[in-house]
Design a protein around this ligand. Structure first.
Ligand SMILES: CC(C)(COP(=O)(O)OP(=O)(O)OC[C@H]1O[C@@H](n2cnc3c(N)ncnc32)[C@H](O)[C@@H]1OP(=O)(O)O)[C@@H](O)C(=O)NCCC(=O)NCCS
Length: 99
């Protein structure tokens, strides 16, 4: 999602038995803190494929803001083309939400 040294991408995966307990929003909020405070990031990107409502919801709860949609994202491992939505959080936005 970015090639800049002061920006990064957040991705996550949780074993199915542990879904729905709020673990990922809690864990990811700490990763946002780590990215902005410890690693000096200015912007953190995050995305999900169209239809992944659980992941969309995680990003909404974290405070990510919609940036753009790409209608043709190749997924070579599945031999598919998917629609991908990309969200963003700037450090300013993070400070307003979390500080
Ligand atoms: C996306 C994922 C990380 C969510 O983690 P989580 O710890 O379950 O997140 P939450 O508990 O906050 O749940 C997120 C939302 O999904 C819903 N949800 C969780 N488990 C669900 C289930 N089994 N069925 C339907 N909805 C479910 C919750 O209701 C919640 O929304 P709400 O807060 O409005 O009620 C987890 O589902 C996952 O690892 N999925 C597979 C990998 C993946 O898709 N990763 C993201 C790639 S972009």
């Amino acid at each position: 999602m970015t090639e800049r040294d002061d920006e990064c991408e957040l991705g996550y995966w949780l074993g199915q038995p542990f879904w729905g307990r709020g673990y990922m929003p809690e864990a990811a909020s700490e990763l946002l803190r780590h990215g902005f405070e410890d690693l000096g990031m200015t912007t953190i990107w995050c995305g999900y494929f169209d239809g992944n409502q659980k992941s969309k919801r995680v990003q909404e709860k974290l405070g990510f803001v919609f940036h753009h949609t790409c209608n043709e994202v190749p997924v070579p491992l599945l031999n598919e083309i998917r629609v991908g939505h990309t969200n963003v959080m700037t450090k300013d936005c993070w400070e307003k939400l979390y500080k």
